[in-house]
Design a protein around this ligand. Structure first.
Ligand code: C5P
Length: 318
């Protein structure tokens, strides 16, 4: 218990320091490539109960594009959109989100992860050869538009993107309309989306409405003590937003880092980069502080075992 509480206070201090530094950097004026102009209030999650936070978060619907949302569009994307939303009318009891952090290495969490009804992974994070630490089951992959478009990730060829549900996302400019984004995505993911669907008509692939990404960003800024980086949220937080309406509870593995944390960025890659965990581009520190606030697992689970537990929306009467 002492080990956990010492680690915890060091970790929270570090996350708060990073968040404060970000705010200070912003005061001196920085580039704003997404043209974020936040005009809402800036609160602090600490002044609210987890329930209040969950009830606010529940109002934000992370939407996926459906047939009829787009007429024509680039690569005729409108004709290839699904008729239904992501897991429309489906419910899951236990859901796992596997953040790809280096601290999953030697965690032995594979069996715990695989015991969940739904397992969500990110980008090209492999399971093969890492089963003991990260499990083997994958229900959903959340892919950013770089993974979809860049040759090195082999989106249309590799088996790691097959026989599962793909959720693709690409950030728009802050208040862009859907039409503006379709005309000018950050990475042009539409041709590969269409090709994936053409190859297999039954393939389950969804596109996030980019306006939802910024609604989630506004929610986080509205509940963070400091100013956030004016960049999209990390896909870890997006994954949580996607699953809370569907699951009885969501366990997120090595997102709020455990005592195993090192400088290593990913469990599948030896490269060191502490910014992957604490954030240099995404507003990760704010995401993680808020996530820890709404977590219901005890500190031993969080800081020794390595996961937080967030109850799904259905547990709250708002
Ligand atoms: O690096 P990548 O974006 O593929 O990782 C997926 C997600 O896992 C990130 O968006 C972030 O939320 C989380 N992550 C983390 N700490 C790391 C690496 C990834 O929290 N060291």
């Amino acid at each position: 218990a002492k080990k956990s509480s010492e680690f915890k206070s060091k970790l929270l201090k570090e996350l708060r320091r990073v968040l404060e530094d970000e705010g200070n950097v912003l005061k001196s004026g920085t580039e704003n490539p997404y043209n974020v102009q936040y005009e809402g209030a800036r609160g602090n999650f600490h002044d609210k109960t987890p329930k209040q936070i969950m009830c606010e978060l529940r109002k934000i619907k992370i939407k996926t594009l459906k047939r009829g949302d787009v007429r024509g569009g680039p690569s005729n994307i409108g004709d290839f959109l699904p008729k239904r939303g992501l897991f429309e009318n489906r419910k899951f009891n236990s859901c796992a989100i596997v953040a790809s952090a280096g601290s999953l290495k030697d965690s032995n969490l594979g069996k715990t992860i695989d015991a969940h009804d739904l397992v969500l992974r990110f980008n090209h994070a492999p399971t093969k050869g890492f089963e003991e630490d990260v499990g083997a089951k994958t229900t959903v992959r959340v892919l950013n538009s770089q993974v979809i478009t860049r040759e090195e990730f082999k989106f249309l060829q590799s088996d790691i993107y097959k026989n599962l549900t793909v959720v693709a996302w690409d950030p728009s400019v802050y208040k862009a309309t859907l039409e503006e984004w379709l005309e000018k995505p950050e990475f042009n993911l539409f041709p590969a989306y269409v090709e994936y669907k053409r190859k297999n008509d039954k393939a389950r692939i969804f596109l996030i409405n980019p306006q939802s990404l910024w609604e989630l960003w506004d929610f986080l800024q509205g509940n963070s003590p400091g100013r956030l980086r004016r960049n999209p949220l990390s896909s870890g937080f997006l994954g949580l937003g996607l699953l809370l309406p569907l699951c009885n509870f969501v366990d997120i593995f090595e997102y709020v880092p455990s005592a195993r944390v090192t400088k290593r960025c990913h469990y599948y890659d030896p490269e060191d980069n502490p910014a992957c965990t604490f954030g240099v581009w995404h507003p990760l520190a704010a995401e993680k502080l808020l996530t820890y606030h709404i977590n219901t697992a005890d500190d031993h689970i969080v800081f020794q075992n390595g996961y937080v537990r967030i109850p799904g929306f259905k547990n709250f009467k708002c």
